[in-house]
Design a binder for this molecule. Structure first.
Ligand code: COA
Length: 259
């Protein structure tokens, strides 16, 4: 890859000749990683290119480098970014980061009010998402659009997803909520304008006259912590695959509660 310039841009119909290379690489990478993945056909990749809902990375010499696409769900209330793949010859140089940044911008341009999300088993992707402002969420915070979840049928872990009643699986869900981000930005702007108050001790728990305990509700604020993500992924794999081996995916006696 020496002396090659990499271009990251929205894919166009002129890129459809890359579709087979892309889907072949998706499949062989999933096999090599030993993880599940929803299968994509070259036709589907071409559709995304034709719709202007994909980002591609290529060298100035025309070699394929990477790919990702978006799909809107639940009457455009949600937009998922999926199918991130980087040519093995170009990994470790920030290509995935650039593609994910561009796909995030594309999602915001096309669906400015939608919540953006992705499902992943990859540490690299969790790291990139976290830097872009996504936060880990439970599956219940994602779209309930049946068509989206149908995409998981071709994944080897679909039986786990079904056994867990779609509440959990090996993938971690990460979501960017534009409304929440806007609120945070407004609160920050207000706080920046306000005079600096004297620091006061803030009790987390208080007991009212009636004897009820009140818990000071804190906003969810997940700071990207890669070690934590790594442990989380290992834990998930351990629990869910163990449960599957023991017949859990189709109804184990042992119950594991995650999230
Ligand atoms: C995962 C993948 C997309 C990463 O592509 P890439 O271009 O090598 O990633 P980048 O160079 O942009 O790396 C982004 C960040 O992730 C880190 N990273 C990359 N690969 C990693 C790995 N295997 N484990 C942990 N961190 C990793 C990088 O260090 C970088 O962090 P930094 O900015 O702090 O240095 C690529 O390896 C791939 O295509 N894998 C197969 C398909 C896949 O797993 N897709 C994701 C499905 S959700």
């Amino acid at each position: 890859m020496e002396n090659q310039h990499i271009i990251v841009r929205v894919a166009t119909p002129d890129d459809i000749h890359y579709s087979n290379t892309i889907t072949d690489e998706m499949e062989s990478s999933a096999k090599a990683r030993g993880t599940g993945i929803a299968k994509r056909s070259p036709d589907y990749v071409e559709l995304k290119m034709n719709e202007g809902k994909a980002v591609i990375a290529v060298t100035d010499k025309g070699e394929w480098v990477g790919f990702c696409y978006i799909e809107a769900w639940g009457h455009e209330k949600f937009v998922a970014n999926s199918g991130l793949i980087v040519n093995p010859a170009f990994r470790g140089h920030g290509v995935a980061k650039s593609i994910k940044k561009r796909i995030f911008e594309l999602s915001r341009e096309k669906y400015p009010d939608a919540k953006i999300f992705g499902l992943t088993t990859g540490l690299a992707v969790m790291k990139i998402n976290s830097e872009l402002g996504y936060e880990p969420v439970t599956y219940s915070e994602l779209t309930d659009d049946e068509e989206f979840w149908k995409g998981c049928r071709s994944c080897v872990n679909f039986d786990i997803l079904t056994a867990k009643e779609r509440k959990n699986c090996l993938c971690t869900a990460m979501l960017y909520n534009p409304l929440e981000k806007l609120k945070e930005a407004e609160e920050k702007a207000m706080a920046d304008k306000a005079p600096v108050p004297e620091p006061q001790p803030q009790p987390q728990l208080s007991v009212s006259a009636s004897g009820h305990m009140h818990h000071a509700r804190r906003r969810r604020r997940f700071k990207g912590n890669i070690k934590l993500y790594e442990r989380w992924l290992r834990f998930k794999r351990f629990v869910l695959l163990k449960s599957k081996k023991e017949g859990g995916a189709t109804g184990s006696k042992k119950k594991f509660f995650l999230f």
